[in-house]
Design a protein around this ligand. Structure first.
Ligand code: CMC
Length: 431
């Protein structure tokens, strides 16, 4: 695996105003091809215009591969279906960050390194306690992530050594589970529960969240479901939040500031915030009498800003493999927990209706990862407002892996796109 640059005689030829310009071709390990336009402006005066970066590869990466046409997703050569079925979240986090599945010794060491960084300081608790009860969990996560920089002032500097980057990885992996649990406790007005350094990662998160409530006992079904959801969220190459982490990190901002930018980007309803928006949409449909056809018509109406939340994806134009795994998991978890949720039937009916509608077929709009995830989170007693924070907990290893990969690239440059200015010109001298 890896990225190889084809022989120098492999290039694309671009014809601009009668001049032929050679652009080197870069090929990925799965056969993807890209034109290297790094010297285009210097050689021709032209830049590329690509709003929304629909056609721009912002980096070379060895972490995650996805083929949106075939519905394929793998982390470092491991199919997502296999990882979701057979691995736990911490193993997958190690795989993403360090490149290989951990052996038992490496996994133990990783667990210990995280455990050693898992204490919540007085300072962080005091900010958490000062937050109003109804603060949105993503606001809590984002503020406290930046505040964590005060816990490790030695990491707030321009260049980090390999050991310091690892310390950042362990500290942030440890702390995000505390912070995500704190979101629940702030919203419920409950005291915080300290982390247990000896506990399994998911169990520790669960206990810090639910201790002292009616949901405090963690069943194997719930633990498995949490591991699956976190694994499915763990990385998704250069999406909006990951690109934000890379962009902010490329200024050599500290790791806390870089990861907080990912949290902020994820909050948006077109990205991670869609999981909360899906449940709210399904609840609205249910309250409205369960007629999903009306909502499909609304989503198709170009004069109505309403979109079918949990549908469509920038890259997947066939099916989102994560959505398929989650749909199955949803049936299994609700079944095992003995829960009947009318929203699940509504979601299935809505999916069927949309998938047979020419509007959705022509535009290749399929359910995405957020379509069914909220229904499982709801079954696990996670409040709607917290769904996106759960996504952030899962996405963290991906952000850290991408941040680390970028900093370790000797060719790293600050991210700084160009623009085409279309505003007023300076007055000419004759005027
Ligand atoms: N409902 C109705 N129409 C849609 C939808 C939708 N959910 N998604 C896209 N379209 C239409 C869109 O109006 C456009 O139609 P036309 O060609 O007639 O103008 C066409 O499909 C292409 O859409 P686009 O907005 O150009 O596509 P994009 O790649 O820029 O946006 C998206 C991708 C995910 C933001 C979009 O599909 C969307 O808003 N979906 C709903 C929000 C959502 O579920 N987000 C979660 C994404 S997956 C997880 C994650 O990233 O966190």
């Amino acid at each position: 695996m890896g990225i190889r640059k084809l022989q120098t005689n492999t290039s694309g030829i671009l014809d601009i105003e009668g001049h032929q310009i050679e652009l080197p071709v870069i090929e990925g390990s799965e056969g993807e091809k890209g034109l290297d336009i790094g010297r285009l402006r210097a050689n021709t005066g032209y830049v590329c215009v690509d709003p929304g970066f629909v056609n721009t590869a912002s980096c070379l990466s060895q972490i995650t591969y996805l083929d949106g046409e075939k519905g394929v997703l793998h982390y470092r050569g491991h199919p997502i279906e296999d990882l979701a079925e057979n691995a736990n979240f911490l193993e997958v986090s190690f795989l993403l960050i360090y490149g290989e599945m951990p052996n038992p010794t490496e996994l133990k060491q990783f667990q210990n390194d995280i455990a050693q960084n898992s204490k919540t300081t007085q300072f962080i608790s005091s900010i958490g306690k000062a937050l109003p009860k109804d603060t949105h969990p993503m606001g809590i996560l984002s503020s406290l992530m930046v505040a964590l920089s005060a816990d490790k002032p030695e990491l707030v500097k321009q260049d980090l050594s390999a050991d310091e980057r690892n310390l950042a990885v362990h500290h942030i992996m440890a702390q995000i589970k505390n912070l995500t649990a704190m979101c629940y406790r702030v919203n419920k007005g409950l005291d915080f529960v300290p982390s247990d350094p000896g506990a399994d990662y998911v169990e520790d998160f669960y206990t810090m969240t639910f201790k002292g409530t009616e949901h405090e006992s963690l069943s194997p079904v719930v633990k498995d479901a949490l591991n699956t959801l976190l694994i499915l969220h763990a990385d998704h190459e250069q999406n909006c939040s990951t690109s934000s982490v890379r962009l902010v990190g490329s200024s050599k901002a500290n790791p806390y500031a870089s990861i907080a930018s990912g949290i902020n980007a994820l909050w948006g309803p077109l990205h991670g915030g869609a999981n909360q928006a899906v449940i709210e949409m399904l609840e609205q449909m249910h309250a409205d009498g369960g007629g999903y056809k009306k909502f499909v018509e609304k989503a198709k109406d170009k004069n109505d800003p309403f979109r079918l939340m949990g549908f469509g994806h920038r890259v997947y134009k066939n099916f989102d493999p994560r959505a398929q795994i989650i749909k199955k998991a949803c049936d299994k978890v609700l079944n095992q927990l003995g829960i009947t949720d009318p929203l699940l039937d509504l979601a299935k009916g809505l999916e069927k209706e949309a998938l047979s509608d020419p509007y959705f077929i022509e535009r290749k709009l399929y359910p995405n990862v957020d379509f069914y995830s909220g229904i499982i989170y709801k079954a696990l007693n996670i409040p709607n407002q917290m769904f996106t924070a759960m996504f952030a907990l899962g996405r963290l290893p991906g952000w850290l892996a991408q941040w680390k990969e970028m900093l370790e690239d000797p060719k790293m440059k600050i991210g700084r796109p160009r623009q085409i200015y279309q505003g007023k010109s300076l007055p000419s001298e004759e005027e």
